[in-house]
Design a protein around this ligand. Structure first.
Ligand SMILES: C[S@@+](CC[C@H](N)C(=O)[O-])C[C@H]1O[C@@H](n2cnc3c(N)ncnc32)[C@H](O)[C@@H]1O
Length: 149
């Protein structure tokens, strides 16, 4: 979520050429630019959606059976971030991993992160300062790590 110029999307695509990747961007001009980058680099595993997360996330998630991974990097506000997390949870499984960017960016994001890591479905969370990684693996005992570097 938050395609911007497509850099993180391209890294994700490169990490797993078999993955079906959907990326959402609110700004049509930026989305068009990212699309040109995807085309130039010859990847056909990225599906672009242009529009506000508040409308598009539900639309994108509806036909998906299984959401293995989500990278949430846009609209860094407390309530929307929690809302996106809860929507993604509905399509998650025990192996799903969610990454939230800028978890310490504002008071609202601090609160959103606290809310997310205390959710009963989150078994393991890792704060690497610039971003937070959330695991849902049911077999794990609830643990939270803060990595300082
Ligand atoms: C920090 S950038 C994402 C950077 C990208 N993940 C990368 O590393 O290449 C955030 C993007 O989210 C988009 N964005 C912010 N709020 C949004 C919203 N409510 N709906 C859709 N897109 C949004 C912005 O237009 C911006 O391009």
């Amino acid at each position: 979520m938050g395609t911007s110029l497509g850099l993180s999307t391209l890294y994700l695509a490169n990490g797993n050429p078999d993955a079906n990747i959907i990326t959402i961007e609110g700004c049509p001009n930026i989305s068009k630019f990212a699309g040109e980058n995807f085309h130039r680099l010859g990847t056909d595993q990225i599906n672009q959606v242009t529009g506000n997360f508040d409308d598009k996330l539900a639309e994108v998630l509806k036909p998906i059976e299984r959401l293995d991974f989500a990278f949430i990097d846009g609209n860094h506000q407390q309530e929307p971030t929690i809302n996106y997390f809860e929507q993604c949870l509905l399509k998650s499984n025990s192996n799903s991993i969610f990454i939230f960017d800028d978890i310490h960016w504002s008071e609202g994001m601090e609160k959103a992160w606290e809310n997310i890591i205390s959710h009963p479905d989150v078994s393991l969370s890792v704060d690497i300062f610039h971003m937070g990684i959330v695991f849902l693996k049911k077999e794990l005992t609830k643990q939270h790590f803060v990595i300082r570097f």
